[in-house]
Ligand binder design. Structure first.
Ligand SMILES: Cc1cc2nc3c(=O)[nH]c(=O)nc-3n(C[C@H](O)[C@H](O)[C@H](O)COP(=O)(O)O)c2cc1C
Ligand SMILES: [Mn+2]
Length: 523
């Protein structure tokens, strides 16, 4: 594939492909950009004649001192494919499948054949380089978050939010780095909310830092970790009376190449660095440079880098924020990011997105995750045939999954497996169907699911962690989930009534009518 070296190459490619619209008219980053972008992503830009509309580059943003705003860069299936350099997202899944299928070579010839594959593997790992364009301007003082055209997205938002940041942290235990996309609410020139939800990897880095600090201070109570986790909020880590004084260093990259940006939303297993995921997707190493004021590395070609830290003993109200659920996520307590340095290009471009009622840009990103993760889900649950997360189900509310059923209770085993699978833990409803149901076809799903269930028998409730954005659960972050076993029931599952066949016309009659069709005058 063609790896885009940075955001600019990507913008140029979008432009060339007719996938970008430059907007010279003055627009306000407060609400106005949202309203324009929302209309475009909901299909109001009819000129473009396709769902998602074009990517938008606002070149004249009020109060932005000439910094342009890029939005909707991933906002269509076509652009998602372009971002990952494929004609079809299943190609990425296929590459993952190949990687997972790699057999140990037997004999010399096998080993030789393997060499190109191994060379390819080498490209996945990040390279540290001396410097890069993200260091063109280095501000260790007199820096301000307010210098950038950060959006206020919706009327009831608590303020302006950085919505497309690649947030980089390091696990103090393993030394491994994580890149996650967690929104940041600007509080003032030098601080912002850090909205990593409690089940996310950076929140675990935060807890690990706290645990290590507690041990070092000789103050670790066995119960402390429980208290820490039990308190509400994305990062509330403190036991009563516990006053840890440590910090966790954080770096944030804004405006990276599209594979890097996308990797920050990929729910990779915690121990897999997203820099490697990005390298795999691009088939070319991500280049990293050392930060100025913290012990972290950041993508060298990023537009803007924020360096800083969060304190272990500080939480602040974050939100409300108009979220991808279509509702405002409520206020909650989250850690506070304190800036120590900003570095950026001479003429930075600010990349952002908006979320709200689907379909929007993040819907296309989520669909790409769905396709790419299928082979990884199959690694643990090989009976899975296909998965659909309908965009209106906002990823964690509804998962429809088809399986090759092989034994009694199989559908329930799959539900429980999904609830144990990383971020899929927070899936509110899982509907399991037989492999003859096309999960991508909602009409087929509704017809068959509701025909096939005896609700009391086939619905299973369970309790567990739920998404932080769930506003209906009995408690924040904890609630019930539902699994629907809509597979055909077997005698060995206690179902002894005859099961009817689906109505399908026989081939002979179909062929006959095909032949006559034109003469019937119905066209
Ligand atoms: C536009 C966008 C905004 C997001 N904002 C947040 C957020 O504020 N907090 C959060 O925990 N996850 C957010 N997510 C989801 C995470 O990026 C996603 O769960 C990711 O896998 C987290 O990375 P991690 O597994 O390394 O923690 C957002 C995703 C997208 C696409
Ligand atoms: Mn991660």
């Amino acid at each position: 594939m063609k790896a885009y070296n940075d955001l600019r190459e990507w913008i140029a490619a979008l432009d060339k492909a007719g996938e970008l619209k430059r907007i010279g008219a003055e627009v306000d980053p407060v609400l106005e950009i949202t309203e324009i972008t929302d209309r475009v992503s909901k299909g109001a830009a009819r000129k473009y004649g396709r769902p998602g509309g074009p990517a938008l580059l606002f070149e004249n943003v009020k109060g932005a001192a000439g910094v342009p705003v890029l939005i909707n860069q991933f906002g269509s299936e076509r652009r998602m494919q372009m971002a990952l350099g494929v004609e079809n997202l299943d190609e990425v899944a296929e590459r993952i499948r190949e990687l997972l299928n790699m057999k140990s070579p037997e004999g010399f010839l096998d080993k030789i054949k393997m060499l190109p594959k191994l060379a390819e593997l080498g490209q996945f790992f990040p390279k540290t380089v001396k410097s890069g364009p993200c260091k063109e301007v280095i501000q260790k003082k007199d820096f301000s978050l307010l210098d950038f055209p950060v959006l206020q997205c919706w009327p009831q938002d608590a303020g302006r939010f950085i919505t497309l940041p690649c947030v980089i942290t390091r696990d103090p235990k393993t030394g491994k780095r994580n890149v996650g996309m967690y929104r940041m609410q600007i509080y003032d020139a030098a601080s912002a909310g850090m909205h990593w939800q409690r089940q996310k990897v950076a929140a675990e880095h935060y807890r690990n830092t706290l645990r290590l600090g507690a041990v070092a201070n000789g103050g670790a109570q066995p119960g402390a970790a429980v208290d820490i986790m039990a308190r509400s909020g994305g990062g509330s880590m403190l036991a009563p009376g516990d006053r840890p004084s440590g910090t966790l260093e954080v770096a944030v990259a804004i405006g990276t190449d599209p594979a890097m940006t996308f990797s920050a939303i990929v729910p990779a297993p915690p121990d897999i660095e997203e820099f490697i995921v990005a390298g795999f997707l691009r088939q070319s190493s991500i280049e990293l440079v050392k930060c100025e004021t913290v012990d972290l590395e950041v993508p060298a070609t990023a537009e803007i880098i924020l360096e800083g830290y969060v304190k272990l003993d500080e939480l602040r109200t974050e939100g409300p924020f108009g979220d991808h659920t279509g509702f405002y996520s409520l206020e909650d307590e989250y850690p506070v990011f304190h800036l120590t340095c900003i570095t950026h290009r001479k003429d930075p471009i600010y990349a952002t997105t908006i979320v709200g009622k689907p379909p929007m840009e993040d819907g296309w990103m989520g669909k790409a995750v769905e396709r790419i993760f299928l082979p990884l889900m199959k690694l643990t649950l090989p009976e899975i045939v296909d998965v659909n997360l309908p965009v209106e189900g906002i990823f964690h509310n509804l998962m429809i999954v088809s399986i090759r059923k092989s034994y009694p209770g199989h559908a329930r085993k799959v539900m429980n497996g999904i609830w144990a699978l990383g971020q899929a833990m927070s899936t509110k409803c899982i509907v399991v169907v037989d492999e003859d149901v096309d999960v991508q076809n909602i009409s087929d799903v509704v017809l068959k699911v509701f025909n096939h269930i005896d609700p009391e028998r086939d619905i299973q409730f369970t309790l567990g962690p739920v998404d932080s954005l769930d506003h209906a659960s009995r408690l924040p972050n904890f609630g019930s989930k539902m699994g629907v076993d809509a597979t055909r029931k077997w005698p060995t599952e206690g179902f002894t009534r005859p099961w009817p066949d689906e109505i399908l016309m026989d081939h002979k009659t179909k062929a006959l009518v095909d032949k006559k069709w034109k003469d019937l005058g119905l066209e």
